[in-house]
Design a binder for this molecule. Structure first.
Ligand code: ADP
Length: 286
């Protein structure tokens, strides 16, 4: 009862767009969005509260159908794509291919991998949105995990003339979902390189003390203050990234945010246009 909008308003709270389901029967229940404001006399004395309710049952049902649709379509796309990739791999391993066919196969393979990464990200975001992100935590050497992730990004950094500095210590361990955490590091490091240019620097530091602290900072493009609150939203892309046609889907940071949140941690961002960005991930020791 104390969670209902009227009780919260009576206790002096003010809120916007508080959504809840009323009723137990899944077929007949209704969804509402409620907002509340306190009403005060000119003297400041509290006289009561005003509540506004909007029925949003259809909207909530439509959103659920959309999430289920996105989730099942991306799941269905993954299986045939994995098969395509498997056969492409078998083909590229052959040494009797004419050189032009080998080059064409590599293009096909690169794009099929991109498609698979995109489909996996969409599926991930749909699951996280529905609260279905399941973690498989194991005791993990984070120093090696971060070092391996950075090594994977090294060729990309070299091509762009970006220097990588790694300060991750030796055998710093914690209980995390290693595959998902690897995704966090991959996404942050590849963004730091992607939004930097020749001569810029990217620094990755890891400290495991009372909590896990991972920081990925760059001296690259930076993010305008107005965009900072949105960068973790699914499908958000910065105006500069779109104008410069930098490849991306706008899902990377949303994936980072959902994985960090599933670990009970948080990710914060400091950035200034022209000076660079610093993403800091904090995870509690579990
Ligand atoms: P994508 O990189 O595919 O666009 P992300 O979710 O990874 O998607 O990032 C969202 C947006 O945040 C990017 O489009 C870009 O504008 C901004 N951004 C992310 N990381 C950085 C960074 N290190 N430096 C500057 N801008 C960044």
């Amino acid at each position: 009862t104390e969670d209902m909008p009227a009780s919260r308003a009576a206790n002096g709270e003010e809120f916007d767009d508080y959504t809840y389901w009323a009723g137990d029967d899944p077929q007949a229940r209704a969804a509402f969005s409620a907002s509340a404001r306190q009403v005060r006399a000119p003297s400041g004395e509290r006289m009561g509260a005003v509540l506004a309710y909007q029925e949003i049952t259809d909207l909530m049902r439509a959103m659920r159908v959309k999430d289920e649709f996105v989730s099942s379509v991306s799941h269905e796309l993954r299986t045939p794509l994995t098969t395509v990739l498997g056969y492409l791999e078998l083909l590229t391993d052959r040494d009797d291919l004419p050189p032009d066919a080998a080059a064409q196969l590599q293009v096909a393979q690169r794009n099929a991998r991109r498609l698979l990464a995109l489909v996996s990200d969409v599926l991930h975001v749909a699951r996280a949105g529905a609260g279905h992100l399941v973690l498989r935590p194991t005791q993990t050497d984070l120093s090696s995990l971060v070092r391996e992730a950075v090594d994977t990004s090294r060729p990309m950094a070299e091509r762009s003339g970006v220097a990588l500095h790694v300060d991750v210590g030796h055998r710093q361990c914690a209980t995390v979902d290693d595959q998902r955490l690897r995704q966090v590091v991959d996404n942050l490091v590849s963004n730091a390189i992607k939004y930097s240019s020749d001569g810029d620097e990217v620094t990755i530091t890891l400290r495991v003390g009372d909590s896990v602290e991972l920081e990925v900072s760059d001296s690259g493009a930076g993010i305008p203050a107005a965009e900072i609150p949105h960068v973790f939203d699914p499908f958000f892309r910065g105006a500069q990234a779109r104008d410069d046609q930098i490849s991306g889907t706008g899902l990377g940071l949303s994936v980072v945010d959902s994985i960090v949140a599933a670990h009970g941690g948080e990710v914060t961002l400091q950035s200034e246009v022209g000076r660079g960005s610093a993403f800091r991930v904090t995870l509690p020791l579990g």
